[in-house]
Design a protein around this ligand. Structure first.
Ligand SMILES: Cc1cc2nc3c(=O)[nH]c(=O)nc-3n(C[C@H](O)[C@H](O)[C@H](O)COP(=O)(O)O)c2cc1C
Length: 167
């Protein structure tokens, strides 16, 4: 029995997640991709994974650079998630979406104001269907106060608004 892509998307959409932007240096430019197929893998060593579509430009950049950042978005960064969910050879106007970047000592772009940042060095890859699982060692983290941007049933959700409805 095979599951249709639509049913699979619907079922996975019930699994509420945070939203990240994967950042990678591309010849001195910032390349970003919105991703929620991100999870912790191991504590010793500290490993995470992100699943990336073979068709995404980010796929080639991660293979080439072997280092990337994971920026966990804050509740007021939906415009940034939308911006980096659009495929582009070069992202020309990130500041119009409110995205500004610093660089780590390793040269990886870090999104200003994100809830958390993880500096990742590629550990291994595994092809899985039409995606590749990029497993990476976390070399550094930054954690800030604030609320997360959420993604549930194909919509961005603001946790503060959900809390307001409940109270
Ligand atoms: C909320 C959300 C989560 C996403 N998660 C992923 C993901 O985990 N992996 C992936 O390959 N694409 C994911 N995408 C799609 C990419 O962001 C999109 O295909 C993007 O245009 C790829 O950019 P690129 O071609 O510049 O790399 C997601 C999109 C949205 C809106």
């Amino acid at each position: 029995m095979s599951v249709s892509a639509n049913d699979f998307r619907k079922a996975m959409g019930c699994f509420a997640t945070g939203v990240t932007v994967i950042t990678v240096d591309q010849d001195g430019e910032v390349h970003g991709m919105t991703a929620n197929a991100f999870t912790a893998v191991s504590l010793d060593p500290v490993l995470v994974l992100v699943c990336v579509d073979h068709r995404a430009r980010t796929h080639a950049h991660l293979h080439a650079r072997k280092r990337f950042g994971v920026n966990v978005l804050r509740s007021d960064q939906q415009a940034i998630a939308e911006y980096y969910a659009r495929s582009a050879e070069t992202h020309q106007h990130p500041e119009a979406a409110g995205a500004h970047f610093d660089r780590t000592a390793q040269g990886t772009p870090v999104l200003q104001g994100a809830l958390a940042y993880l500096e990742c060095r590629l550990h291994s890859t595994q092809t899985a269907g039409d995606h590749t699982i990029f497993i990476a060692e976390v070399e550094e983290v930054v954690v800030r106060d604030g609320e997360p941007l959420l993604y549930f049933r194909s919509l961005y959700r603001d946790i503060k608004k959900i809390e307001k409805v409940r109270s």
